[in-house]
Design a protein around this ligand. Structure first.
Ligand code: PMT
Length: 221
């Protein structure tokens, strides 16, 4: 029997940068170590939740967390939508590629003999957070915004357009913030509440703070 503020709740967290193949040896990805998503999964497990981490990162799973490995945005969409109906909290910490290669090559691509440049056609990927936002019934849906300018304007826009309940905004142009670091600094946006700034601290300490705000919204429901 689990104890904790999220005992009996199911939490699904996505982490890492999606991987979009160009050919069998090359790919396009987004910067993301997975550390922020893993810290959130650990913080949810500490609060007694039943946690699944859908991840393209190769970091080892936190104790007590179920892992679902994925590569592309479309893999991630399938893994998230499959679990969403039976989930209490879904958190999109993954850095999803907005585009993928239209037609990945079956064989390794060779250099052009005439030394000309190379153009690769990209097509738009599905927006997973927005898809979950459309399917949402009772779930509490959390998105992230990684921005390099106008952080709160873009984050507020994402909260509303993607129908999320909470948006965690990080300014990844700042030192020690965002991709790869062991620390992060974020502003939390929730509907009908003033933005709340959480200061620079370890990703695990920050994840525990974020999870405590989420628990306040979902416990007893
Ligand atoms: O993994 P780390 O190295 O620890 O770094 C953490 C982080 C910086 C990756 C993390 O804190 C973070 O900000 N993750 C979201 C990165 C991102 O893709 O942000 P975005 O502003 O492009 O996307 C907004 C939201 O929509 C995100 O929740 C994203 O998961 C989601 N999205 C984006 C595009 C898309 N096609 N589908 C999506 O679901």
């Amino acid at each position: 029997q689990q104890t904790g503020r999220l005992a009996g709740k199911k939490v699904v967290v996505s982490a890492g940068g999606t991987v979009e193949p160009i050919d069998p040896v090359r790919f396009i990805t987004n910067r993301s170590s997975g550390k922020m998503g893993y810290a959130l999964a650990q913080a949810a497990a500490e609060q007694g939740a039943d946690v699944t981490l859908v991840s393209s990162s190769e970091l080892p799973a936190p104790v007590g967390v179920a892992m679902v490995p994925v590569q592309s945005a479309r893999d991630l969409l399938a893994a998230m939508t499959e679990r969403f109906e039976d989930t209490d909290v879904a958190i999109m910490a993954a850095a999803v590629s907005d585009y993928r290669v239209a037609t990945p090559a079956d064989q390794k691509m060779k250099k052009n003999a005439d030394h000309a440049g190379l153009t690769i056609d990209l097509v738009e990927n599905p927006d997973i957070l927005a898809t979950l936002g459309q399917q949402k019934t009772t779930q509490y849906l959390v998105g992230f915004a990684a921005e390099t300018q106008d952080l709160l304007t873009y984050a507020q826009n994402k909260l509303e357009k993607k129908n999320a309940d909470m948006l965690v905004a990080n300014d990844v142009s700042k030192a020690q913030v965002g991709f790869g670091h062991d620390t992060n600094e974020v502003t939390l946006l929730q509907r009908d509440a003033a933005p709340e700034k959480l200061p620079l601290q370890s990703k695990l300490a920050l994840a525990r703070d974020i999870m405590s705000r989420i628990a306040t919204q979902v416990e007893g429901k």
